[in-house]
Every structure is written in C-alpha cells, then in structure tokens.
Design a protein around this ligand. Structure first.
Ligand code: GLN
Ligand code: ZN
Length: 773
C-alpha cells in the first residue's frame, strides 16, 4: 500500500473558474454542441484542475489530487455508476446495459411525462443532490465506467489521482423508496446487494491505477436522516468489512465530512480500511478508540464551507493533537469538499485589498493545506512565517472599520420580547380578509418571473456603463409592466413584480446593505448547471436606504389586485452568504432582521398590503446533530419574527420555504407565525400535505403544484390531481395555489403554459369547493 499523501482536499470545484462547465452543459442541452464537444470541454476542465492543484503544491503522483469531477451531481454519478435508476428510465440504457451521458441528463432533468429524480439539500449546505429511488426490485450492476475512465485519463496525463465516490451507506441513506416499493420499505435494506457492485468498481479503479479511493460517507455523522446513527453505523460495519476484505482494491479512505463522527468513529476505526477523514472544523479531535491507531487520520482542519482565511496556527495545533492519537499517519485536509467555495480569490479585482487579505477561496485553501502538510513533515518552524501571516490577518480583521458599528450594536442590545411578537392570528385573518378580499384557493407565484437573456443583457450593459441608470430603470419598469399585465391576463389573485432588478435574491440585498461585499467570479454550484455567487458578510449590517420600495410601489400602481412585496429573510441571507465567523450567527441575524423590519415599515407606508419574506434556507442550516438543533431553531425563528413582527395586522405576511420535508421543521414553521407559507410539494407529488394535516397546521399554506426545477410543463389534469389531494387533506380556507418556487430559471414559453394549466386546474377545483368555503 502506498502512503496517504501528507496533504489533500476532499474535493474541488468542478464548474470551472468562469463556469465553463455550466456553459458547455447548457449548450449541449440546447443542441448547440454535440456530446463529443461537451466531453472535450469537460476533459479540458479536469486537466486544468489537475494542473492547478499541482501548481498549488498537491502531489502529482501520490493520490493527493481528488478525482471529483461531476457533470451534474455526485449522488447521480453514484446512482448511474451502480445502475440504480428508476424503472421509468430503464429504456434509456444502451444495448450493453450502460447508461450514457444523454440518459444521465434525462434522469436529472426529466423529459415529457417522465419526472426527474427529486432534488434536495446536501447535508447542511446549499448544494442540492438528486435523490436516488430504490425499491426491492432495483437491480444493481456496474452501468457506467466514467470514474474509471477519468482515473485513466489522469494517468495518461502523468497524474495519479484519487477517485472520489459517494459511499454505499450514504448512497442508500439518502435514497427514497421507489414508487412501486411496498409501504415502509427502507432502501438501506438493499445494502448487501449494492456492496458487490462497489467491490467491482473498486477492482476496476485499482486496475486503472488508483492507489487510493475516497468513499464519502457523510451520512455517518448525521442525526437528521431517516436511519438512526446506530443503523447507519451497523450498515457501515457490514459494507466496509466486505470492501476492506477484497484482495484487489485501492487503499480505502472513508471521509466523514459536515460534523463529528461521534459514535460511528468506533465503527470506522474497527473496519478494515486504511484512512479516516474527520471534520475538525465542525467537530473536535476525538478520544482514542480501538483500531484508530492503525489508521491514517485525515484531519479536516481547513473549512470547506467558508471563505475566511482563518486561524492557520490553530489548525496546525489541531493536527498535532491528532498526531498524538498515535495514528499510522496524519494528513492535513479540508473539512469538506471545496465544491462549496469559489475557485480563486485572485479572480476578484474589485474587492478591497484589506478584505482580500482575510479571505481564502479554493485555491488559497489548497495552498494552506500544502503549508500545513509541510509543517507536518518538517516541523512547525518550517511554516512559522505562514502561520504568523495568517494570525496577523485575523487580528487586522477584528479591528478594521465597519466590523463593529456602535449604532448597530446598540439597537440589537435594546431589543425586548415585544419586538418579536405580532398581533393575534384571528384578528389578523379578519383584518386581512377585509383588506384583500380574495377568492377560495387564491392563486399566486413565489416572486420571480423568468430572467430572460434580455434582462441579463440589460443588467450587464448597465454594470459596464453602456446604458444609463435612467435607461436601465426604464427597461425594468417596462419588464414589470409586462409581468403585471401577464398575471392579470392569466387571472392570478395576488400579483408580484417579478424581481427583474435582482440578479440573485440574496446578493441583491447584500448589494444594498452595509456590512456586505459581493464578488465578480465567486460562483458556487447550487445544483446541476446552476451556480450562485454568495456575498461576503464581513461587518455589522445596516440599511442605508429603502431597497425594494420603489419597485413594489410602481408595480402596485399598475394594478388593482394586491401586489406582494418581496424580501429575503435573515436566515436565508445568512445561509447563502459567506458569513463572518467572529460572532454568533444569532447576533448577525438580528442585525439583518432589523434592516428588513425597516423595509417592511416603508413598504406598508407605500401602500403594499402583502409582504413575503422568503426563508428557503431555514431547513438547510438545521444542524445535523440533535443537541445543536434547539438553539439554532431559537435564533433562526426569532430573527424571522423580529423582521416581520412590526407589520400591521391587516398586512398579510407570507413566507416561502424551498423543500418538502415539512415534518422535520414543522414546529419552527409554525413558530414563524407567517400568515401564509408556500412550500415545495410538486416534485414529491404532494406527499407533504399529509404531514401538514397531521401536524394540525392552521395558518395559510400553499403546497407547490408546479416543479420549477424541471423544464416540463405540468398538464392541467396533473395539477388538478395534486390540488385535489391537498383539498382532501387540508381545510380549503387555508389553501393557496402556487408553483414550488420562483420562476426565474424557466423560460416564458414553459412559464405561460404552466401557469395557464394551473389557473385552469384551480378553476375546476374551485367549482367543487366553493360551497365549502
Ligand atoms: N422570491 C424568490 C423567487 O421567486 C424565492 C426564491 C427561492 O425560494 N429560492 O425567486
Ligand atoms: Zn423556493
């Protein structure tokens, strides 16, 4: 067995520094390039990644460079590799049973009446993976050798890389039961059938020259999955006994990112594997357990979630403590894959130099890893200068102007219980029904309308100074006028202005609040070909001037129907930014909440009677460990309430959450005390209404009837079926009709057709329920 490298990263961004992969994949989908050209672009990106990582100091030949490329998603990669695809896609296989690239994309995106795989958040990140569907009949068989070919491709270029694959336990733990599976079926029960395919894969990787393989098993750290920690541990013990026992295999490195392994550390320590990856940003160095001393311990001391340069000296100290466990070796690593951070801070020309000195994007983190690895090999003195430089940057950050602003701190310090509480719900319902006068099953949308090429072009021209502020403003007003007219023509009840002025729902607020900076090229993959540019929240937050008021007021002036004001909530602003790590999130959240509270007061004064405060990330930040959840739910719910509790009782406060696992956070959603909550439901075919009904949720609720993640247009009958399912389980007076999420990623053709079908389906259902209202 070759030694594990002294330093490595668990994964690297795959979208390309200028989102080259996104552009190529979307060009392929649009038929502008063929499969061979797409493959060429992807191969070039992989080559660039290998060379860049080597240039930053990772070894070319010691398995330090991860083979972590993906065209769309690493869980989909695993599903296609082991052939675990739903029956509705079986005909897409080639004659020899393999699953090619076009089929891979069809499974991700759906086609015609074939729904895509469901999508959900990956652990506590803003990355979305595709949910495998597993049933008793699912046949596991090696169906794609893509990862093997990539190892070969690297070898041909003179690199020995380390293939990264989602491990068998995590793969099944994240799967859902296939449609045809019997009630109560557990995908994890198929482990013994799946593991032989992983065994075959490991053999093929070895034959292709892989000395090490990385199997990602983050499920082992989570207390928030359907399977218990003990069940997951038992599954891991079984799986790795088999894989570790293989005669022909690469050395096995099991990575367990996103939190501490806790009880499951013993399982991996006892398993016949060679290396264990620990998240030492979220967790601490564990106590010794039997078997651990035989393993290489890969210390995830550099934060893979965040972009702060951080305390490098403390990271090195942690590695030295880890070394004290008497392990077979210690290696420096990132806590998670770097897929959650942008490529390179050197690509930012507009950020303040002082801010830049506090930051580390993926490439800078790789350099930090090589520094730590050198320290492990040569001793602390050898890296003294680098450690001191990082400490100096940290000290500079603490004392820089804007990081602590007295006026902002005085306001949060003076808050009392009353600032977090709105008026009585029944009184609100009464006041709002007079103010708004809505029909049964009111129709609305989540806020954004398609962000057309025209909108993006106008924004780019404005940014470059090619059109004036007046011209841009006029363009946006015309766009709002069109969107309002369209909604009136369709017959929606609560209208939106369409958010054309926003590039991104968080960045837009970040650009208009003090305490933030935004990046030019800081893209991070969100799902598939989609990437976002998280803002950097580095200082105390305040609102220098109203942000959305003029747009909402203008939109309201164009219609007699209620216009919904549209804000992004404090938790989501935090979740989708890179947030300062020098104070509790609760304090930062309250600063953001107060800025939003002022915005709501200004919207009301401008005549806006419905205001939505989006919190799609509420579930995402939920800590994986049960013990940490109550404190999180306390501050996150409190910050939402602080932002909305100043609203008049006649003002209808909406919120929107982007996922269907309503049951998990039902008490928190109830505690938000929004008048209306819209959620994703179409992708999981309305399963969520059962949870809502069972929980006795009694405020307004809009379970989505249109899956906006897919280009598919839902048929009227399909929407009607979903609506009837909702009506059967939830009192009609509570129900709203809306899509799963905003429409900004869709085109107008699909949007018009889908909304028309939704309006027609609602009309049909209203005929039957009107009596009951
Ligand atoms: N109002 C936002 C939109 O419609 C909400 C987006 C989201 O939930 N992610 O785009
Ligand atoms: Zn959403």
């Amino acid at each position: 067995m070759t030694a594990f490298p002294e330093g490595t990263v668990l994964g690297y961004p795959r979208i390309g520094r200028r989102r080259e992969l996104k552009k190529a994949v979307e060009a392929f989908w649009a038929g502008r390039i063929d499969e061979a050209e797409l493959e060429r672009t992807a191969a070039e990106l992989r080559a660039a990644t290998r060379e860049r990582l080597a240039a930053q100091g990772l070894g070319e030949n010691d398995s330090a460079i991860p083979e972590s490329f993906s065209y769309y998603d690493q869980v989909l990669d695993a599903a296609v590799t082991v052939g675990a695809i739903p029956a509705r896609f079986e005909d897409l296989r080639a004659e020899d049973g393999t699953i090619g690239l076009p089929a891979y994309f069809t499974i991700a995106r759906g086609e015609g009446d074939r729904a895509p795989l469901e999508m959900t958040k990956w652990f506590d990140t803003n990355y979305h993976y595709l949910v495998p569907e597993i049933g008793p009949e699912t046949v596991f068989s090696l169906s794609s050798d893509r990862i093997v070919r990539q190892v070969q491709e690297a070898a041909d270029a003179g690199f020995r890389t380390r293939p990264v694959v989602v491990g068998p336990v995590t793969f099944l733990a994240l799967a859902k039961a296939a449609d045809e599976a019997p009630e109560g079926f557990d995908p994890l029960s198929r482990l013994d059938d799946l593991v032989p395919v992983y065994a075959e894969l490991l053999g093929a990787l070895k034959a292709a020259g892989a000395e090490w393989v990385q199997l990602d098993e983050p499920a082992l750290v989570s207390e928030s999955l359907p399977a218990s920690v003990a069940e997951l541990g038992a599954a891991a013990a079984r799986a790795y006994a088999v894989l570790g026992g293989l005669a022909e295999r690469p050395a096995i490195f099991v990575a367990a990112p996103y939190a501490a392994l806790d009880a499951n550390l013993s399982v991996l320590a006892a398993a016949p594997i060679e290396a264990i990856g620990l998240d030492l940003v979220r967790g601490t160095v564990p106590a010794a357990v039997p078997g651990l001393a035989d393993k290489v311990l890969v210390g995830g001391v550099i934060d893979g979630h965040n972009i702060w340069r951080g305390d490098l000296a403390a990271a090195f100290d942690t590695l030295e403590v880890l070394r004290g466990l008497g392990a077979a070796g210690v290696s420096a690593s990132t806590s998670t894959s770097l897929q959650h951070v942008p490529h390179d801070v050197e690509d930012e020309s507009k950020l303040d130099a002082r801010l830049v000195s506090w930051l580390a994007f993926a490439d800078q983190k790789v350099a930090q890893i090589t520094t730590l690895a050198r320290g492990l090999a040569e001793g602390r003195a050898a890296i003294g200068a680098e450690l001191d430089a990082a400490s100096a940057a940290l000290a500079d950050r603490l004392s820089a102007p804007g990081v602590r602003v007295d006026a902002v701190r005085a306001r949060t310090a003076a808050l009392t219980e009353a600032d977090f509480t709105r008026g009585d719900y029944d009184a609100r319902v009464a006041a709002q029904s007079i103010a708004l006068d809505l029909p049964a099953l009111p129709l609305t949308t989540i806020g954004s309308f398609p962000q057309t090429g025209e909108i993006r072009r106008a924004r780019a021209q404005f940014t470059k100074g090619e059109i004036t502020a007046e011209e841009y403003d006029g363009f946006l007003r015309d766009e709002i006028g069109r969107v309002v007219a369209l909604q009136e023509e369709l017959g929606l009840d609560v209208l939106v202005h369409g958010e054309p002025e926003r590039n991104d729902m968080v960045q837009y607020f970040a650009e208009n609040l003090d305490g933030f900076d935004v990046t030019e090229n800081g893209w991070v993959q969100s799902y598939g070909s989609r990437a976002t540019r998280p803002s950097i929240l580095w200082g105390d937050v305040s609102r220098p001037a109203p942000i959305t008021v003029a747009w909402s007021q203008y939109a309201q002036s164009l219609t007699a129907k209620p216009m919904k004001g549209m804000l992004t909530g404090p938790v989501t602003i935090l979740a989708w930014s890179f947030v300062r790590d020098d104070q509790p999130l609760a304090e930062t959240a309250n600063q953001v909440a107060l800025a939003l509270r002022d915005e709501i007061a200004d919207l009301e004064a401008a005549g806006i009677g419905v205001i939505q405060v989006d919190e799609p990330a509420l579930r995402e930040l939920l800590p994986l460990k049960k013990a940490d959840q109550p404190a999180y739910l306390d501050w996150s719910v409190a910050s939402f309430r602080l932002s909305t509790a100043g609203a008049e009782i006649a003002t209808q406060v909406h919120t929107h959450l982007c996922y269907s696992e309503f049951g998990v956070v039902i008490d928190a959603i109830r505690a938000l005390d929004a008048d209306v909550t819209s959620i994703e439901a179409a992708r999981s075919r309305m399963e969520v209404v059962t949870d809502i009904a069972a929980a006795g949720f009694d405020h307004g609720i809009g379970p989505g009837v249109y899956d906006i993640h897919s280009p598919r247009v839902p048929e009227t009958a399909e929407v009607e079926t979903l609506l009837r399912r909702a009506v059967a389980e939830i009192p009609t007076r509570q129900l709203w009709v809306n899509p799963d999420c905003g429409l900004k990623t869709r085109g107008y053709e699909e949007t018009n057709a889908s909304l028309r079908n939704i309006v027609e389906a609602t009309r049909r259902v209203r005929e039957d329920v009107s009596v009951a209202v």
